[in-house]
Design a protein around this ligand. Structure first.
Ligand SMILES: [Zn+2]
Length: 268
């Protein structure tokens, strides 16, 4: 499942291919997407590609008018780079063919499960403007996070998945960050002390940075697709890599969570 590092990888690839390029052709092969609005990109020029949390904002321009496309990878979305005119990829939903000088490329958005989004919307599109700070872009201020968590009467793991609190932390990196911070995922969010939150912020940065560093090439590698599991506890069983106690898997807020009962302290 795409999380912040995979979305950042997509941003880099899209920025490289789109910025300064002219959109020549748009093909939409999904009735849930607005083919007319996306088709309006033909003739525009790619200006910039930004990421905030797990959302991407692609800015295109026609003369002085800007058009914004928001994209979310959902559960299984991928942006692939292909030759212009390449046959449709499996599960291809959107194709943007772009040209820069004599160089032509196709950007293919593929999505097996179709939870992803690609849409044209105003610059301040709600899902984008409501996002909390992005831990890699703005950093995470432990004092601000501690104050925000003080109002949450839910398990810390559940609170971390709220994108208005912090943008980009999903199930995998929340699980990893809590293990790194030695905090039991069932701990009440409002019971964490400032030092707990500092440890957690450090854990979030460490796991996201590792995730980013382990992506190579243009295409993300996912554990569920058979890529090597480079995480400390996510999707693992057996002994904790830190203390040797057997890891436990529970369901919290509807999501699977692995933690170590030996070294992750429950804060009440
Ligand atoms: Zn342990």
């Amino acid at each position: 499942v795409p999380e912040l590092p995979e979305v950042e990888l997509a941003r880099r690839v899209l920025a490289r291919e789109l910025e300064g390029a002219r959109v020549e052709r748009v093909v939409v092969a999904d009735e849930r997407l607005d083919a007319v609005a996306l088709g309006g990109l033909v003739g525009t020029r790619g200006v910039k590609v930004e990421r905030r949390g797990k959302w991407l904002r692609l800015t295109f321009a026609r003369k002085r008018t800007e058009v914004f496309v928001f994209a979310h990878l959902g559960m299984s979305g991928r942006w692939l780079v292909a030759d212009a005119g390449a046959p449709a990829a499996r599960h291809e939903r959107v194709r943007l063919e772009v040209a820069r000088a004599r160089w032509k490329t196709a950007l293919l958005y593929t999505d097996v499960r179709r939870f992803g989004r690609v849409l044209v919307a105003p610059a301040d599109f709600e899902a984008w403007s409501e996002l909390g700070p992005d831990p890699l872009l703005e950093g995470t201020d432990p004092e601000r996070l501690h104050a925000a968590l003080g109002a949450r009467r839910v398990a810390i793991k559940v609170a971390l998945l709220d994108q208005r609190l912090l943008a980009g932390v999903g199930n995998i990196h929340a699980t990893e960050a809590l293990w790194r911070a030695k905090i039991d995922p069932r701990s009440r969010a409002d019971a964490l002390t400032l030092p707990d939150v500092r440890a957690l912020v450090k854990g979030i940065r460490a796991t996201l940075t590792l995730g980013l560093r382990s992506q190579q090439g243009d295409e993300p590698a996912y554990v569920q697709d058979g890529a090597a599991n480079r995480f400390k506890v996510y999707d693992r069983t057996g002994p904790c890599p830190r203390c040797g106690t057997n890891l436990v898997k529970i369901v919290l807020g509807g999501r699977g969570t692995t933690y170590c009962p030996g070294c992750q302290r429950r804060i009440r």
